[in-house]
Design a protein around this ligand. Structure first.
Ligand code: AMP
Length: 400
């Protein structure tokens, strides 16, 4: 039996077909430019077969889901005998506000709840809802489950999630820290618990998700107690195009001094800052490393700032845990760059972290990268948000 995991953007639909009980990704697909005049394109990969950027008719998301289902059941990439083998859809939903702290089976009430969170994620939640409605129409009767990026962080205590603004902004506007990448932080925590054979409820870790977007979580007894992103994903460490933590007074300062509008400041901080903005080179870490290797001054400096900022969070989080079982690196940069893991850990000397030679060998795979005498072990665990969504869906539908 299969679960289809859906990650829907405003004009795109990413999906994975995951088989149970094997928990194997059988097919991965992406449909882009949905509803656009230039025409939609479909990329699919199934067991080494597939196609890239194939023009298809997908004037809306329902047609895109129908095209995906049809490609999985007929033609050269068919892996299913019938659509009936799909027992559920698992949807990535970015914002669940304070309403959702775990996956839920989607019904009218849940749709209303997700809509109420639209204000908190205006770019993402409406698109996620479009995907949900498209799957409901394309395969009526098959259950849909929502898995929220914010859910894992809902266990944070009030002292960690509040901002020191007048309380009415929390009560009336729900302004607080929510955190994101929750599915990834949960997945690597769970995987680590299994790896070291310890009950999840006893695991204390600092999880470090370093990709295009980056965040850290402090996990105590298997539950998130703090995270670096906030009301929005702009907060926390330096990212590809986001500035991360800054003095909040800068927003008003820029508006007054540069005559910038709220939208312009928003674009500046979310899309034109971070690695890209400071270096002027690229938002891609590999380009920054290449430029730094050629002594590009700003690229050298942004790398130091980036690593130092991440290390400050690791130091702070590990400092609040009674005993840290591990620091866990994950996502594009965390999994693949031994050199950057090393620079970050060199900024954690007070924690007694020491990397081993094995750090250089571990790329894109699970492994311990710290030496035997490191006071806190350091692990690399590749994230798998799709699998986490599929597992959450299967568990809820009692298919596992
Ligand atoms: P993600 O958002 O998890 O897909 O991660 C994307 C980021 O990972 C980009 O900034 C990539 O440059 C970075 N990345 C991927 N592979 C490597 C690598 N081998 N070394 C450094 N950065 C990498």
């Amino acid at each position: 039996m299969y679960i289809m995991v859906i990650n829907c953007g405003s004009s795109s639909l990413k999906f994975q077909l995951i088989s149970f009980p094997e928990e194997a990704a059988i097919a991965k697909g992406l449909i882009e430019r949905i509803g656009q005049d230039i025409g939609a394109q479909f990329t699919l990969s199934v067991n080494g077969k597939g196609f890239k950027n194939k023009p298809i008719d997908a004037s809306d998301h329902t047609k895109a889901v129908t095209a995906a289902l049809s490609a999985l059941t007929t033609g050269e990439c068919a892996v299913l005998e019938s659509k009936d083998e799909i027992k559920g859809f698992g949807h990535r939903v970015v914002h669940g506000g304070e309403k959702f702290s775990a996956p839920v089976i989607i019904d009218d009430e849940v749709i209303k709840g997700i809509e109420e969170c639209n204000e908190l994620a205006p770019l993402h939640n409406p698109a996620n809802l479009t995907g949900i409605e498209a799957c409901m129409k394309a395969l009526p009767g098959v259950p849909n489950v929502a898995v929220f990026d914010t859910a894992f962080h809902q266990t944070m205590p009030p002292k960690a999630f509040h901002y020191a603004l007048p309380y009415k902004f929390y009560e009336e506007d729900h302004i607080r820290r929510y955190g994101f990448h929750g599915t990834s932080h949960k997945y690597v925590t769970k995987t680590f618990a299994k790896l070291i054979n310890k009950p999840l409820e006893e695991v204390n870790v600092v999880t470090v998700h370093l990709g295009n977007g980056s965040s850290l979580a402090c996990v105590k007894n298997g539950k998130c107690v703090d995270t670096s992103m906030g009301l929005t994903p702009l907060a926390g460490v330096i990212m590809g195009t986001r500035c991360g933590d800054i003095d909040p007074a800068l927003v008003v300062y820029l508006m007054k001094k540069e005559g910038m509008s709220p939208e312009e400041v928003d674009t500046l901080m979310n899309k034109k800052s971070g690695l890209l903005g400071f270096s002027g080179v690229s938002s891609d870490m590999r380009d920054i490393q290449e430029a730094a290797d050629q002594n590009d001054k700003q690229s050298v400096l942004i790398l130091e700032m980036w690593a130092y900022g991440i290390a400050k969070y690791i130091n702070a989080y590990a400092g609040t845990l009674p005993k840290t079982d591990a620091v866990i690196f994950t996502a594009g940069i965390g999994e693949n760059s031994p050199g950057l893991r090393k620079i970050i850990c060199d900024n954690c000397a007070g924690l007694g972290i020491k990397l081993s030679e094995n750090n250089d060998n571990v790329r894109g795979e699970t492994g311990c990268v710290s030496s035997a005498d490191s006071r806190i072990p350091v692990y690399v665990i590749p994230t798998n948000e799709e699998l986490q969504i599929a597992q959450g869906t299967a568990e809820l539908l009692t298919l596992k």
